[in-house]
Write a protein that binds this ligand. Structure first.
Ligand SMILES: *Cc1c(COP(=O)(O)O)cnc(C)c1O
Length: 411
């Protein structure tokens, strides 16, 4: 047994979160390093879905809006997510996709800063964030200007005309993590609002939105929260910002949706950030994932994520020398999120070849292998074993096949 195998074994024995892994469906032998793209399925999810389908929809039909509490699911699950991100009850609602929630947050921030015209983000960000901004600029007919500057130039680019700055807490590719409180403070000094995209940090890092005095935040339900494919996302709106006028002024955000009034009158509180009918089936699965996440202590989750990262980096070191992988994430654990990326010119083919040996990682263009580190479902020994399998793939050059040269439409 190698020194790293022995180290991993000891770490698994002392792991306070070890018991959570068996609460998920994970096929034997599979090492899943992509839970930051689509989290694993909790064992409890199928039964919960079945109940929602058979008893609540099948039998209860429309009475389930109240009897099964469908109507309150966005708020109820939002309040649970609030506990994971340091928000207060009544500041988070589970609804729609992250992209749609980004739109809601940006337009709400603009409505609270009517005398400012710039919305700002960083280049290299996950593209949907920037795409949503570009759409707002186009629609505004020249009133709003969407700007993107290099990540380290963002703070200097904020000025008296900046209405809102949209930033990701943990970068989807590099995994570099911003200091949430300090960045918020610096941006707010110029009177701009801050919107945090927590897609790659909710359920992985300790987050204190209240402590940071954040204005808005959004995040995904299907990544570290294990809510299932296409799970509803969430939006956080600090209580002081809940007076913002919703642009997506749908009937579920109305103060009295079932009064069917002619005029739109936004609900008080975070409810106005709902738009249409809640996605009941998706919310049912999401709640199982969130409940499971709430069983874990977030400080332990973060500590394990960092330990998995350190182990991965140590195990990859010889492969960097032998095969030319280059660490593409911060080596300082405090500056890193919950995945680690490596650059290699054959990254795409290698990710395909790894699937044949039951290791799922993912590829991010142009040349990165991304290893997602999900503390609830991974053992330390999985990390060492995954790197052993990658070593074998590289030694045998089993990635070097014509079939692995064409990039698939979904990566
Ligand atoms: C995953 C991710 C999204 C996803 O947005 P959807 O609307 O759920 O597809 C958005 N932003 C970031 C930073 C992400 O990592």
């Amino acid at each position: 047994m190698s020194e790293l195998d022995a180290r991993a074994r000891i770490m698994d024995e002392c792991d306070p979160l070890a018991g959570l892994r068996e609460r998920f469906r994970i096929r034997d032998d599979l090492i899943y390093l992509d839970g930051n793209s689509l989290g694993c399925m909790p064992n409890a999810t199928p039964a919960r879905m079945q109940e929602t389908l058979e008893a609540e929809w099948g039998e209860g039909l429309i009475t389930s809006w109240l009897d099964a509490d469908w109507a309150a699911a966005p708020q109820r699950i939002g309040d649970k997510i609030a506990r994971l991100i340091g928000a207060h009850p009544g500041e988070v609602i589970a609804a729609d996709s992250t992209s749609v929630n980004i739109f809601k947050a940006l337009t709400a921030a603009l409505s609270l800063r009517p005398d400012r015209s710039v919305i700002l983000t960083e280049t290299t960000n996950f593209p949907t964030d920037s795409y949503m901004m570009q759409g707002i600029e186009q629609f505004s007919g020249g009133r709003i200007n969407a700007r993107a500057v290099a990540p380290d130039a963002v703070l200097d680019a904020v000025d008296e005309n900046t209405a809102a700055v949209l930033l990701t807490h943990v970068h989807y590719k590099s995994s570099s993590a911003r200091d949430l409180a300090e960045t918020t403070r610096r941006i707010q000094q110029s009177g701009a609002m801050v919107i945090w995209d927590l897609s790659h940090s909710t359920g992985a890092l300790e987050i204190d939105l209240s402590g940071a005095n954040a204005d808005f935040a959004v995040g995904c339900g299907y990544k570290f929260l294990n809510g299932g494919p296409g799970a509803p996302a969430f939006i956080y709106v600090a209580r002081r910002n809940q007076t913002a006028q919703p642009v997506l002024s749908g009937w579920f955000g109305h103060s009295k949706p079932f009064a069917f009034e002619e005029a739109y009158d936004p609900a008080p509180g975070v409810d106005r950030f709902l738009c249409g009918t809640p996605y009941v089936l998706g919310l049912a699965a999401l709640e199982v994932g969130v409940d499971l996440m709430l069983e874990a202590d977030m400080a332990q989750v973060r500590a394990k994520s960092l330990a998995l990262g350190e182990l991965l980096i140590a195990a990859m070191e010889p492969l960097c020398t032998k095969y030319g992988f280059a660490l593409a994430s911060p080596s300082d654990p405090a500056a890193r999120g919950s995945h680690v990326g490596y650059a290699h010119e054959n990254a795409y083919a290698m990710v395909q070849a790894l699937r044949e040996v039951d290791v799922i990682a993912d590829f991010r263009t142009p040349e990165m292998i991304r290893f997602g580190l999900t503390p609830l479902t991974l053992r330390h020994c999985d990390i060492v074993e995954a790197v052993n399998r990658l070593d074998e793939v590289c030694a045998a050059r089993s990635w070097d096949k014509p079939a692995y040269r064409t990039v698939a439409s979904v990566t």
